[in-house]
Design a protein around this ligand. Sequence first.
Ligand code: 3AM
Length: 186
Amino acid sequence: MVALRRLFVAAALTTEVRHALAATLVGVAVPGRRVDPANWHLTLRFIGEVGEVEADRLVGSLDQADLGGRFRIRWGSLGAFPRAKKATVLWLGLQEGSAELAALASRVETALLAAGVAAEDRPFRPHLTLSRIRPPQDVSAHLEAVDPIGLRMSVDRVLLIESHLGREGARYSPVESFDLDQRQRR
Ligand code: 3AM
């Protein structure tokens, strides 16, 4: 039997910002099941379940790819998928850096396509998932209650992460880390 690994690619949070965001959100009412701050990330591309050979191939492709330079983002407001009135995911968005993050996601996509991964047909939406809500809820009031966070962060690294599904929710473990180019820092 071939062992399959459920993988995705994400931009890493810096440790300082992970702690600062957690402290900022401590007093904020977050409906649903919260994602542990240790698991917070900015998903760039969900890959899904792949075998060992395909996993090795896409690590090699990401390693060789020009993922571009480091850039700065600024955390913004809360948002919800699929919509505020019937939310299943509550997330934190970006006030600045969305275009740069989308450009990074596009470079990751190119590297994955080169490794034979099927093309993504869903549009990229920058977000950090804070909670998952079942059954769906109207979170409009929650969204309005929180001012934009405004905290800045440098995106320095891309991670290939393995998701282990379990009854307590998913557990994530980084498989590989890919540094963005320091020389292009803006
Ligand atoms: O943490 P976020 O929400 O950014 O929602 C899942 C999570 O992203 C997403 O991949 C990340 C790791 O699980 N995800 C899960 N299944 C997916 C799918 N079939 C998916 N994204 C797209 N298609």
